[in-house]
Design a protein around this ligand. Structure first.
Ligand code: SAM
Length: 523
């Protein structure tokens, strides 16, 4: 690559996209360390609950139609860190078991461009039980080219025409991550908006994330009559822009549309797409739009354009649901029924209405940001309510464990019992990320403070077994107390001796050792 020189590219062919791919393929799961690439908004338990409800509604609708013998494939595109898939499956299994009704079997297939992600999911402890139950499979899938899915666990291939049930596609934070065209509408004409890329010095030595940050992009326009020709596959929607818009830069998801068209070939019965992005489905949002701004976070993101996706599939008979009663702020969740007689999918539509339209992931995220700023002014009751609303999310717990601890002296017995049960629910649906966090330690110490020794012992032992090299004397002391309180004196002695090896002068530990050795009452 020439250095320090401007080069001109079609937007969809600019080197930013190669760098984007290289970033994800090289980093694998590390892309999400330190929240470099954001994932909370599209992968938290609350959004996953909404998706599980829609998927459950879809399975119910198929059951109503009598389609109960063939398995339903739920295919996630660009599944990234894998957290959404885990929470969706967890919630979906809960709904299935709770309802106890006849449903078609299902399997979830996590896919991504990055092979490192596929390998990491396959060995992730939280996903093993789903793999063993035959509910989860994986495939490397490049949305730009691939036409079939080579499944890793079952070692089978899904080819065009193979699926009898409709395909259910999940795509979060995805359509903005793959190449898009950039067109400009001005004076009733369509222009290709080319990008002039100025490469930084030593471009070839830079990591993809650095190269992306250091490149300068400028835009130039050239008339592009090919978009105006009736032979252009998305002619209708471009003609609409030509009629309705003026002085507007429009990101056009040709690659995304083609990917959906290729995926739709896998099934003989169409597809349901559930998708979330910072992405606009209303044409008005593109009116007078400036050239796109790349938001850098290791990789980069843009505002996705859902409008052509909605428009194209509606023209082919689909029903597209996006929120109509209000405007999204951070994350737009859409559901496209590219199915025969979409209105017959009443349970899916109702789930969209209840879990997205009425109060959805975007509303929750807004409230989460508000809460983040004010946690230390909140009472325990309200923290517990918000934690429950967010599906007992570990992130909120981690963020406010210390504050919860400071509120314990005033907590009622009922509040402490609710913290205890919340910790268990949180733990049962915890998806550890590549960047380890010792959640068991936080949980164990809080339970210890509430004198819940049996639970505290379990969590603290889980914490030290997970990281045997780094035992801390406080944890060993707490474990000694737990064991002492539970009547396990031998274990209490073992832990207190270990604590004293690390902190020989610790007075509390010495007192407990003395009491244990002499068979006295320690507390
Ligand atoms: C912004 S991340 C979103 C990850 C996840 N869906 C989420 O919401 O956190 C984009 C994901 O798309 C994947 N990706 C990028 N280009 C792709 C392509 N051409 N085909 C399939 N996946 C791709 C990346 O590897 C990454 O996992």
């Amino acid at each position: 690559m020439a250095e320090n020189k401007q080069q001109r590219f079609r937007f969809s062919e600019a080197p930013i996209w190669d760098l984007q791919r290289a970033y994800y393929e090289e980093e694998g799961m590390k892309a999400w360390n330190n929240d470099q690439v954001p994932q909370y908004i599209t992968s938290n338990p609350m959004i996953a609950t909404a998706y599980a409800e829609m998927i459950f509604g879809f399975l119910q609708d198929l059951s109503v139609k009598g389609s109960i013998s063939e398995p339903v494939t739920i295919l996630e595109l660009g599944a990234g860190a894998g957290r959404l898939a885990f929470h969706v499956l967890h919630k979906l299994c809960e709904l299935r078991d709770y309802a106890g009704i006849v449903l078609p079997p299902f399997r979830y297939v996590m896919t991504d461009l990055a092979l490192k992600n596929v390998t990491a999911w396959a060995s992730h402890p939280a996903l093993q039980s789903f793999i063993q139950q035959g509910l989860l499979d994986f495939a490397r899938f490049d949305a730009v080219h691939d036409t079939k899915l080579n499944l890793v666990v079952s070692e089978t291939t899904i080819q065009p025409g193979d699926l009898k049930q409709p395909l259910l596609i999940v795509a979060n934070y995805f359509f903005d991550s793959i190449p898009q065209e950039l067109i400009y509408v001005g004076d009733g004409k369509i222009y290709e908006c080319d990008v002039l890329v100025e490469f930084p010095e030593n471009f070839n030595q830079l990591k993809p994330s650095e190269a992306l940050e250091k490149m300068t992009l400028n835009y130039e326009y050239r008339l592009a009559p090919e978009y105006e020709a009736e032979t252009y596959p998305y002619y209708d929607v471009v003609a609409l822009y030509q009629q309705e818009l003026e002085d507007s830069h429009i990101l056009f998801p040709t690659v995304g549309l083609r990917c959906l068209e290729r995926l739709s070939q896998l099934s003989r019965s169409g597809f349901l797409l559930i998708t979330a992005d910072k992405g606009d489905h209303r044409m008005e949002n593109w009116k007078f739009a400036d050239p796109p701004r790349l938001i850098h976070h290791g990789s980069f993101s843009l505002t996705a354009n859902y409008h052509p996706i909605q428009h194209m599939f509606e023209q082919r008979g689909a029903l597209a649901l996006f929120t109509t009663s209000h405007h999204y702020r951070d994350i737009n969740v859409g559901c496209i029924f590219m199915l025969e007689t979409p209105m017959n999918y009443a349970n899916t539509r109702l789930a969209y209405r209840r879990f997205i339209e009425r109060f959805g992931p975007d509303d929750f995220f807004s409230m989460k940001e508000w809460v983040d700023q004010r946690i230390e002014t909140m009472g325990l009751q309200h923290i517990l309510v918000f934690w429950r609303l967010g599906g007992y999310d570990a992130e909120l717990f981690i963020q406010c464990t210390k504050f919860i601890s400071s509120l314990l002296p005033e907590a009622s017995d009922e509040e402490m019992l609710d913290i205890q049960s919340g910790i268990h629910i949180m733990w049962s649906s915890y998806y550890a990320m590549e960047q380890r966090y010792d959640l068991a330690l936080d949980a164990g110490l809080l339970l210890f403070e509430m004198d819940m020794y049996e639970d505290a012992k379990w969590f603290l032992e889980t914490s030290i077994h997970a990281d045997e090299d780094e035992s801390v004397s406080t944890v060993l002391y707490c474990l000694a107390v737990c064991n002492y309180e539970l009547g396990f004196e031998e274990a209490a002695l073992k832990y207190i001796r270990e604590a004293l090896v690390l902190e020989p002068e610790d007075e509390e530990a010495l007192a407990l050792l003395k009491a244990l050795s002499e068979g006295e009452q320690a507390f």
